[in-house]
Design a protein around this ligand. Structure first.
Ligand code: ASP
Length: 289
């Protein structure tokens, strides 16, 4: 099976933002995931590596560079899912874990649970050797300015989906959420079936956008259900699922791969930085429509 990967840097992207640094960041993250797949590695390792690269890049709203909540703090959400086994892991509202996606993976692989939140998730991450940081590690002047300007609808997320040589799908998503969100607010990104889904029988999905609406429509699982029960194609399933978000008055996007390696990267926001390597082996990096 030819490996395939797609990543995104969030649907809350303004067309006015200079795209070049984002293109470079996407290129690095895509390479981190693709190198693993090209060497015969697993889709789980590929999505973890791609999301870690985006979390470490301060331009994107995940890990370092996460937005501030209304209390001037960072609270991060992340999740990961393994399409071969339907195992999943997630962390929500964590303030000190350098790479929340790695903590999500540790929850999946090293605990009997799916979702750990807050201080308990941080203790768990520390116990399993993950790096914790001071809250200031995550802060950047641009995010502080956004909070001070009281920007509305200022959000973003990073995510990755991959299909490996053995036909296994995986998905991962990580975010700082919305600027000025209430402390304790948890979005769709750490909720399996809302922001993230992977199932070898159908597809892998990582979403981005108005999280409350992704929660209310179970968006990522909706894409899979439309393929599984509804017999829709991946592009049609992805479009229909996003249309439900639009009907509720929100916007967003997603990246998805089906079990045959078809790709869909739709969005109905202004722009969504995204990149992929499809079955033809060609790399594509795009920001706008
Ligand atoms: N879905 C994320 C959240 O609501 C934000 C985003 O993707 O832009 O936390």
């Amino acid at each position: 099976m030819k490996p395939v990967i797609a990543i995104h840097g969030g649907a809350g992207f303004s067309r006015k933002t200079p795209p070049q640094p984002y293109r470079a960041g996407l290129g690095r993250a895509l390479a981190a995931g693709w190198d693993i797949l090209a060497r015969g590695g697993t889709s789980l390792d590929a999505v973890s590596a791609a999301v870690v690269a985006l979390e470490d890049d301060a331009l994107f709203n995940a890990g370092r560079g996460a937005v501030f909540n209304a209390a001037g703090e960072h609270e991060l959400d992340a999740s990961i899912m393994d399409g071969a086994t339907l195992r999943a892991g997630a962390v929500a509202a964590v303030a000190r874990i350098r790479n929340p996606v790695l903590a999500a993976r540790a929850v999946m692989e090293r605990s009997p649970h799916v979702l750990l939140a807050g201080a308990g998730a941080e203790r768990f991450a520390r116990r399993h050797g993950l790096k914790l940081e001071k809250p200031s590690y995550f802060s950047t002047p641009a995010r502080l300015a956004a909070l001070r300007r009281n920007l509305k609808h200022h959000h973003g997320t990073v995510g990755a989906v991959a299909l490996d040589r053995n036909g296994n799908l995986a998905a991962a998503t990580s975010t700082g959420g919305f600027t000025g969100k209430l402390p304790g607010r948890v979005g769709d990104s750490p909720v399996i079936g809302a922001g993230t889904w992977a199932d070898n029988a159908t597809c892998a999905v990582s979403g981005t956008g108005h999280g409350e609406l992704f929660l209310r429509t179970a968006l990522a699982h909706d894409v899979a259900a439309r393929i599984g029960y509804g017999k829709q194609s991946l592009p049609s399933a992805a479009r229909s699922a996003l249309a439900a978000i639009a009907r509720l008055g929100g916007d967003g996007g997603l990246v998805a791969i089906d079990r045959r390696g078809n790709l869909a990267l739709p969005f109905n926001s202004e722009a969504m930085p995204r990149a992929c390597v499809g079955r033809d082996g060609k790399q594509r990096v795009r920001i706008g429509a």
